[in-house]
Design a protein around this ligand. Structure first.
Ligand SMILES: Nc1ncnc2c1ncn2[C@@H]1O[C@H](COP(=O)(O)OP(=O)(O)OP(=O)(O)O)[C@@H](O)[C@H]1O
Ligand SMILES: [Mg+2]
Length: 464
């Protein structure tokens, strides 16, 4: 497997190589331009002086005569090869005396004969040369051209050796930076390796281990997230264990009572009519409670695994609230709590899952009654607006502390109060509300009371 170290190093090296190559090409090109510019400059200066001299002192005589008698008078200060071309472009003088080739008039000569300075680079007798040509004028008329030719072989050699030095330096730079990039890759790799080790350890079940955060960057954030995940897993595990403990406890009470009565009734001494009726009555009642509890747990587990689907039907909201009122009125009287239901008269029919909606209100009201002492009050209000149905259940009970408030909707979370039970009521409510595409908000102040607001979407009255 080619790891990140390999990929990072290769990427670094590619970047270094591309940059060094671009830089080298630019440098070599600039050096070459400089050499050529300076040669061209020299030739141009010299040729201008010579041509000037010609037009000042020699232009009275014809070009051919000048060549015959004054040959080196106006060009001898140059050490370049000199040619003089007549107005037809034919070479009439060559300083080497060889008249090497009677070549076609090159670009520079053509330009010079038109009255401007011309320039040309190319090969002459197999050697690379640069030439400049300048018009020779007599009385304002171009009578021929003067041409200076210099070999570029020397400067090409210098350019080549400079380029070689640059290339060697470039290769060194690539090698050194390449080695450096291996170490640079380590600055990313080492922290990543440590995070991976911590994650692997967590995957094996060791949630006590923590990933050490070194820098405040992406890898540092990964460390934080991993540590947070481990904290959450530990916390939830604890909640689950507490839940199992409390459920076992809840189940044990009715079971003990059933077992006690079953053993009692086994004994013939207690089989009188009265005891038998009492005992069997209690066994039946406690079994009923157990069944209820087990059903609640099954229901809950279905909610948690997302297997609960709402069954939509037309629900008479007013009827549903009246049922709930009846159900809790008895308890209110028994516990001496003032219970009021305020819900206007014209509550609409609603397309929803009636049983789940009832379960939602019962769970919230059950909490309100549980956490409110005798003498307190519980109030249920319903309000219909254009797009929403708002249900508000408020109590004057013990309230929830600010630290606890964000957690009460979590699965298995139960408060420290002795009235707290399994800690699943509100998490079921949250599931139901979510499936109904609504929301549930809880506000509470310790000692003052709690207000749970359920807001459900409403598409308007169907009979309007
Ligand atoms: N009206 C309320 N007043 C004060 N505390 C409340 C109220 N409603 C909820 N709580 C707190 O939130 C916790 C979670 O409530 P939830 O209904 O989920 O669980 P529970 O009532 O303990 O058990 P159950 O699963 O039987 O409903 C409660 O244990 C309690 O501490
Ligand atoms: Mg509850």
């Amino acid at each position: 497997m080619k790891g990140i170290r390999w990929r990072l190093t290769v990427n670094f090296i590619i970047v270094i190589m591309v940059s060094v190559t671009i830089l080298e090409v630019m440098l070599i090109y600039t050096v070459q331009q400089n050499y050529y510019d300076s040669l061209r400059g020299n030739l141009t200066n010299q040729i201008k002086i010579s041509a000037d001299m010609y037009s000042k002192y020699y232009s009275d005589t014809s070009l051919e005569n000048n060549i015959l008698y004054n040959v080196d008078a106006f060009w001898n200060q140059s050490n370049a090869l000199v040619e003089i071309v007549n107005s037809e472009g034919r070479i009439v003088m060559d300083s080497s005396g060889t008249f090497p080739d009677l070549h076609e008039a090159t670009e520079d000569i053509q330009t010079a004969l038109k009255g401007k300075m011309g320039e040309w680079t190319g090969k002459m007798s197999g050697r690379k040369v640069m030439s400049v040509a300048y018009p020779l004028t007599s009385g304002g008329k171009v009578v021929g051209a003067l041409r200076f030719i210099a070999s570029t072989e020397e400067i090409d050699k210098s350019i080549k050796s400079t380029a070689n030095v640059f290339i060697i330096i470039g290769v060194f730079v690539i090698l050194i930076l390449g080695l450096l990039s291996v170490f640079l890759a380590d600055t990313i790799l080492v922290p990543l390796k440590e995070v991976t080790e911590a994650a692997e350890s967590m995957a094996e079940g060791n949630f006590k281990i923590r990933s050490r955060k070194k820098r405040n960057d992406e890898i540092g954030k990964l460390s934080d997230t991993l540590n947070y995940m481990a904290d959450e897993i530990i916390r939830r595990e604890q909640l689950k264990n507490d839940f199992i403990t409390s459920v076992s406890h809840e189940l044990r009470t009715p079971l003990t009572s059933i077992m006690g009565w079953a053993l009692t009734l086994q004994n013939e001494r207690f089989r009188q009519e009265e005891t038998l009726t009492d005992g069997l009555g209690i066994i039946a009642k406690e079994s009923g409670r157990l069944t209820g509890m087990v059903e609640e747990l099954l229901d809950f587990s279905k909610f948690v695994s997302g297997r609960i689907k709402l069954e939509y039907e037309e629900v008479d909201l007013a009827g549903l609230l009246s049922d709930i009122r009846k159900q809790f009125m008895m308890r209110a009287v028994r516990e001496n709590i003032d219970f009021t239901v305020n819900c206007g008269k014209d509550l609409p029919d609603l397309k929803t899952d009636g049983n789940r909606l009832k379960q939602l209100f019962i769970n919230i009201l059950d909490n309100a009654f549980n956490f409110t002492n005798a003498g307190g009050s519980v109030c249920f209000e319903a309000e219909v607006s254009e797009k929403e149905l708002k249900f508000c259940i408020s109590d004057t009970g013990c309230g929830i502390s600010a630290e606890e408030l964000p957690m009460v909707k979590e699965k298995f979370y139960k408060g420290r109060s002795s009235m707290s039970k399994n800690g699943i009521g509100l998490s079921i409510c949250e599931e139901i509300v979510n499936q109904m595409k609504g929301r549930m908000e809880i506000e509470s102040e310790i000692g003052a009371g709690t207000q749970v607001t359920v807001i459900l979407p409403f598409k308007g009255r169907s009979n309007d």
